[in-house]
Design a protein around this ligand. Structure first.
Ligand SMILES: [Zn+2]
Ligand SMILES: [Zn+2]
Length: 266
């Protein structure tokens, strides 16, 4: 079993050292853990809060720390070095430049930012009321399509996090998410099944459980992430979700080494 979405204190809104997450992973029987803290948001516009990611100059020490953990825990668990990276079409060329020199095991592309505010921050939920949800969803998933086409990432993370606070258009999410799943299948990209949404107002995974079978039938490779922001959240809800993924047909999860895909049986 693996967990490919784990944060650390570096991002300023999670608690615990990377080492504590690794130890928690070992205690929960994981064979592999991908540390994927928030990549520096230096390529993004200035935001109202400054506790979303580490600073640019901290990334080297984050990498060094995770690389050391690989060696220390080598016999107990496979530690991988990754990052959760904010994509924005308008900043794609800067981001591309920044990412070319990063020697990591995997990069997870996500969208947190639309119209210069972070859409999954509980401090911003009132902002949803200012929008027509159909328009807002269209724009969010257009940006997800841009992320997929960019070719910058190994994994698409929490693909429909826009539903986190349960602001969902009347017609549902299918018409927005399906074209993105098709693009992911075309590109052979890996899709994260993120279990953190179960603990949020929407009470569902990202993407939702009802898509698991469709994803399998489309041939979409998946990985699993808890989006842990404290060590105790490592591997949260994995047992129940794995059962559903197996029922949908999945028998393998994807992991990465030096940005190359590897398969892990579930
Ligand atoms: Zn976070
Ligand atoms: Zn995220």
């Amino acid at each position: 079993m693996l967990d490919y979405h784990v944060h650390t204190h570096y991002c300023r809104h999670a608690s615990g050292e990377a080492k504590e997450y690794v130890i928690e992973g070992i205690n929960k029987g994981l064979k592999e853990i991908g540390i994927s803290d928030h990549y520096p948001m230096c390529h993004l516009p200035q935001l109202s809060y400054d506790d979303y990611s580490m600073d640019q100059q901290e990334f080297p020490s984050y990498k060094r720390e995770v690389d050391q953990l690989k060696k220390i825990f080598n016999s107990k668990i496979d530690v991988k070095l990754g990052a959760e990276v904010d994509y924005l079409k308008a900043k794609e060329s800067t981001l591309r430049k920044n990412l070319t020199s990063e020697d990591v095991d995997f990069l997870m592309g996500v969208i947190h930012l639309l119209d210069n505010w972070i859409i999954d921050d509980p401090r911003n939920t009132h902002k949803y009321l200012e929008y027509d949800l159909n328009t807002f969803y269209s724009r969010y998933f257009d940006e997800i399509q841009n992320l997929i086409r960019s070719g910058l990432f190994d994994i698409v993370g929490h693909i429909d996090v826009i539903k986190k606070f349960n602001h969902i258009p009347d017609e549902g999410i299918e018409r927005y998410i399906m074209p993105c799943l098709e693009s992911i299948a075309d590109k052979g990209l890996c899709l994260e099944v993120n279990t953190s949404g179960i603990d949020r107002p929407v009470k569902d995974t990202y993407p939702g459980k009802k898509f698991f079978k469709i994803m399998f039938e489309m041939g979409i490779p998946i990985t699993l992430g808890s989006d842990a922001h404290k060590p105790s959240e490592v591997g949260r809800h994995f047992e129940a979700i794995l059962k559903l993924l197996k029922n949908a047909g999945y028998s393998e999860l994807i992991s990465f080494k030096n940005r190359e895909k590897e398969l892990t049986k579930i």
